[in-house]
Structures are given as C-alpha cells and as structure tokens.
Design a protein around this ligand. Structure first.
Ligand code: NAP
Ligand code: F7E
Length: 339
C-alpha cells in the first residue's frame, strides 16, 4: 500500500485529492493546522476512513515535517497548504510569503537531509498567478513569470526552488501550474463561490445584495475534481516535470456572474453593487492556459467546462442553503467586508 502525505487536507484541493487517493487504495496522512474552531467540514465524509490519518502541521514548523516524514515514510508528498487568497496577500504579505515560499523549502530540505531524495515523490501547488503581468498569452510551462502580488511572488520562489532541488539533488519533484479551479467546496471569499452562494441565497430570500469588485478580469476556470487527477498523474510519471493544468477557455467575472444568475432564473444587475474596497492594489487582468503538455504526456483531459462548473456550484449552494436556511448570516456579513 502506498502512503501519501497531503498538506492542506482541509482545503478545497486537499479534500478532493484525499478522496481520490483513498479510492486508489492509498494510506493518506492528511496534515491540518490547529484552529480554534473545527475546520474539517470538507473532509467530514471521509473522516472515519480506515486509511485516513490526520496530523497537526503548520507550514512554518520544520520540526513537524521531519517528525511526520520519519514516522510515516511516505512514498508521495503533495504540498497544497497555503494562505491562498491573492487579495489577502496584499494585507498579510509577510505571513503569506513565509508559508507559501518557505513552507515547501522546509519539506524539500527535510527530504534532502534525511537522504530520501530517491524515495519520496514531491508535488508542489504552483499557480497561474505567477504569470501576472505577462501580456503574451496563452501561457505554457516556458512563459515568462511576472508575478503581480505577494502571493504570486512567493509561488514563483517555491516554483523555482522545486526545480532547483530537482536539478541539484535528483528529487522527483514536480510543480503543477494550475489555473483557477473551483467547486462547491471552494472557499466562500473567492469570487466564483461568492457569486454562487449569493445567487442561492437571493433565490431563497436570504440576501438582497451582492458586492463585487472588478468584473472585467478574465480567468481560465476549471473544476477542482478534474485538477487533482492531474496532480496524481504527475507523480506517477517516471521523470518529474512541470505541467500547466487549464481548460484553454477564459471568461470574465461578469460572464460567470451572468451564467450563475441565469441558472437561478435571476437578473444579477438587480442585486449587484460594485464596492471599491474589493478592487486589488494590482490586478491580473487576463489568464488563459495552454495545457497541451499535460494533455499529451499525462493523458489528462478535464470533464467539466465553464457551464457545468457554474451549474454544479450553484445547485450545490442552493441545496445547502435550502437545508440550512438562516444559519449562514455570518457569511453574508463576512462577504460584505473587504475581501
Ligand atoms: P484552500 O482551499 O485555501 O486550502 C488551503 C489549505 O492550506 C487549507 O487546508 C488551509 O487550512 C491550509 N493552510 C493555510 N495556511 C496554513 C499554514 N500556515 N499551515 C498549514 N496549513 C495551512 O486552497 P486550495 O484552493 O485548495 O488550493 C490548494 C493549493 O493550490 C494552494 O497552495 C493554492 O495556493 C494552490 N492553488 C490553488 C488554485 C485554485 O484555483 N484553487 C490555483 C493554483 C494554485 P484551513 O482549512 O485551516 O484554512
Ligand atoms: O479572484 C475578481 C478579482 O479571488 C478572481 C486563488 O485560488 O486562483 C485564485 O486567485 C478575480 C480577480 O481568485 C471580487 O479581482 C471581483 O480578478 O476568485 P479570486 P484569484 O485571485 O484569481 C489562483 C490561480 C490562485 O492560485 C489563488 O490561490 O475576481 N473579483 N470581485 C473578486 N475576487 C474576490 N475574491 N472577491 C470579489 O468580490
């Protein structure tokens, strides 16, 4: 039985990846950070799986990762943990950079110092945000990285250090340059989920306004369920490499808004308020990926498209709101704030 360590198991991707690995017969060691309230809602349904163990971990704690690698002797490590909100990274640059950039380095150093370079395969969650201001789309594995936020700068460091450890020490370390991917498990402060949650709540009479920032930004949006398959496929290759994972289609925030409100049978412009606080100090206006390499070398193809993603997310939120009417007032308050 293979053993995989997944950092960030309580997050969107961590939860789907843990499910995928368990379905493939892996023993999964999910690493979660300590929080004052329980943060396991995305993995509650697999919580009692006999092959899942949860351990405490923090990106800033080197001792922790040495201990866990020594104890569990994993075949694969997937590094998904991060302060992953681009807007928040402008407010908390030091915290973001410490975790996003130095966190993966701590894991690579543990692998190297424990003489496990030829035993452990490592996956790093790189991001399309690394292309930032580059105007020459579509972006592939060799496109210039021009990061435009503290989050993206930190991801560029991590991306480069992973390549450096691969080339210097022969570690089987791969980075997936993933374009935006969403799902019903997406965090509520990312724009897609904010929109699907609002549409469901407005439909049920629980909310009467949706505050958004820049509607013109374009993103290459895929479904997280499809994207975790690509992560796993990367670590099954004989040789490590970096891969762009994307749909090859780009849509504006405005188009996503209209698509979701159309699913709900609502006119979004009756409820929309543009809030200046939701604009970023530096926006990434346009992201479009070219995933030819992954499609050829990993035989990876996404099952979802823009329309099925919007529908899946809206319907899941509508069902959830219907079943838990009234319990989500705190979310509306948070979403009205500047995030
Ligand atoms: P997410 O939902 O925000 O999950 C992030 C995970 O990291 C959560 O489990 C979170 O714990 C954990 N975490 C945050 N800070 C930590 C720390 N200091 N120590 C330990 N754990 C910490 O993000 P995601 O969408 O699943 O993304 C997974 C990874 O892919 C991230 O590295 C992200 O930057 C990257 N990425 C995401 C996308 C995308 O579109 N989703 C695209 C490209 C790259 P809590 O649950 O306690 O918050
Ligand atoms: O913003 C605009 C905003 O926060 C998308 C992370 O997973 O993907 C994600 O980063 C766009 C931006 O995602 C609101 O200005 C308008 O142009 O959903 P987002 P992101 O910044 O693209 C990348 C690939 C990652 O790696 C990250 O970890 O939507 N936008 N109005 C808004 N965005 C938010 N959050 N809230 C708004 O009200």
């Amino acid at each position: 039985m293979k053993t995989a360590i997944v950092t960030g198991v309580t997050g969107q991707d961590g939860s789907y990846l843990a499910e995928l690995l368990l379905s493939k017969g892996y023993r999964v060691i999910g690493l979660k950070r300590r929080t004052s309230l329980i943060n396991t809602s995305r993995i509650d349904h697999i919580f009692s799986h006999e092959n899942l163990s949860l351990e405490y971990y923090d990106l800033e704690d080197s001792g922790c990762i040495y201990k866990l690698i020594h104890y569990y002797e994993p075949d694969e490590i997937y590094n998904l943990a991060a302060q992953s909100h681009v807007r928040v990274s402008f407010d908390m640059p030091e915290h973001t950079v410490n975790g996003v950039a130095i966190g993966p380095l701590k894991i690579l150093e543990a692998i190297r110092n424990m003489n496990l370079c030829d035993k452990i395969k490592f996956y790093q969650a790189s991001s399309s945000e690394m292309y930032g201001d580059n105007p020459e789309y579509p972006f592939n594995e060799t496109s210039r990285l021009m990061p435009a936020s503290p989050y993206a700068c930190a991801k560029v460091f991590a991306h480069n250090i992973v390549r450096n450890y691969r080339e210097s020490y022969g570690i089987h370390a791969s980075s997936g340059i993933l374009f935006n991917h969403e799902s019903p498990r997406r965090g509520e402060t990312f724009v897609t989920r904010k929109i699907t949650l609002a549409a469901a709540r407005i439909k049920l009479g629980l909310q009467d306004q949706l505050c958004l920032g820049n509607l013109d930004a374009k993103r290459d949006w895929g479904h997280a369920k499809d994207y975790v398959v690509a992560m796993w496929k990367m670590l099954q290759k004989i040789s490590p490499s970096d891969y762009v994972i994307s749909t090859g289609e780009t849509h504006s925030v405005k188009e996503f808004l209209e698509e979701v409100f159309d699913c709900a049978g609502l006119d979004p412009y009756k409820y929309l308020k543009i809030d200046a606080r939701l604009f970023r100090p530096h926006e990434v206006p346009y992201l479009l990926g070219d995933s030819t390499k992954a499609r050829k070398e990993l035989s990876w193809t996404p099952e979802h498209n823009f329309k099925t993603l919007a529908k899946d997310m809206y319907e899941a939120d509508y069902k959830q709101m219907l079943n838990s009417e009234g319990r989500y007032g705190h979310i509306e308050k948070a979403l009205r704030g500047a995030i």
